[in-house]
Design a protein around this ligand. Structure first.
Ligand SMILES: C[S@@+](CC[C@H](N)C(=O)[O-])C[C@H]1O[C@@H](n2cnc3c(N)ncnc32)[C@H](O)[C@@H]1O
Length: 220
């Protein structure tokens, strides 16, 4: 499937999921999960699997941040993190009992979660919702958790996105993205812009799709 942005934006109505203090109460994430249910995996996730496949290694431990409807949360031994209990409920409902032992779910804001050593950290259309400060904390934890040779595959919203300036979300320019990637080997950094649909209607998208690897040895 293609990672069409039109399935990746958030709604702007009052949400009906469980309330916690870390998520904007304007966001109806449960409605978003209903909206995206049945989609195919994001193209970004396919890139993650392809980048891992060339290593020739067996899938190891993964972390997914902001798993949403859970479409990508399969196949690996994974710590799946999302701030919404509604996401966890949707994920548990879709995972076959036989696969459940591979899955650990944390319902929390991602920057507060202890991360295991990870071969893959994947996050599709989720990191911007942490906002700049939580994102910085999470990024440092991810950098420390990535195993040598481990991959980080995420996307971030750019500063020319229509929604740039929305409070509590993170929008980065190219320089800031490159700074985040300092010390990592960039496998693919795809910055792109397009006018396309979203859950809230048509908008201008500015995205960075990132595939990066921790080189062997300590991160610089
Ligand atoms: C736009 S959805 C993306 C879901 C899925 N990855 C996809 O591609 O459709 C963003 C997800 O990030 C989660 N999220 C937002 N803030 C978060 C935070 N601080 N910590 C963890 N997850 C968060 C939301 O609950 C939501 O499930």
């Amino acid at each position: 499937m293609d990672a069409q942005p039109d399935e990746a934006d958030m709604p702007g109505e009052a949400r009906d999921g469980p309330v916690d203090e870390v998520v904007d109460e304007e966001v109806d994430w449960a409605a978003y999960y209903r909206y995206t249910a049945g989609r195919a995996p994001r193209a970004l996730f396919d890139r993650a699997l392809a980048a891992w496949a060339v290593t020739g290694r067996e899938p190891g431990r993964a972390v997914e941040v902001g798993f949403g409807d859970g479409t990508e949360t399969a196949g690996w031994r994974v710590l799946a993190i999302d701030a919404q209990q509604a996401a966890a409920d949707a994920l548990v409902a879709r995972v076959p009992a036989a696969d459940r032992p591979r899955l650990e779910i944390a319902v929390a804001s991602a920057e507060t979660v202890d991360l295991p050593a990870a071969d893959l950290v994947y996050s599709g259309f989720s990191l911007p919702y942490l906002g700049p400060e939580r994102l910085a904390v999470l990024w440092a934890r991810v950098a420390a958790a990535l195993a040598p040779g481990g991959l980080i595959v995420v996307n971030l919203f750019g500063d020319r996105d229509d929604h740039a300036g929305e409070p509590d979300l993170a929008f980065l320019d190219r320089v800031a993205v490159e700074r985040l990637l300092d010390g990592l080997e960039i496998v693919d950094l795809d910055e792109h812009e397009e006018d396309a649909g979203s859950f809230r209607g048509p908008k201008h998208w500015h995205l960075f799709d990132i595939v990066a690897r921790r080189p062997p040895g300590p991160v610089r």
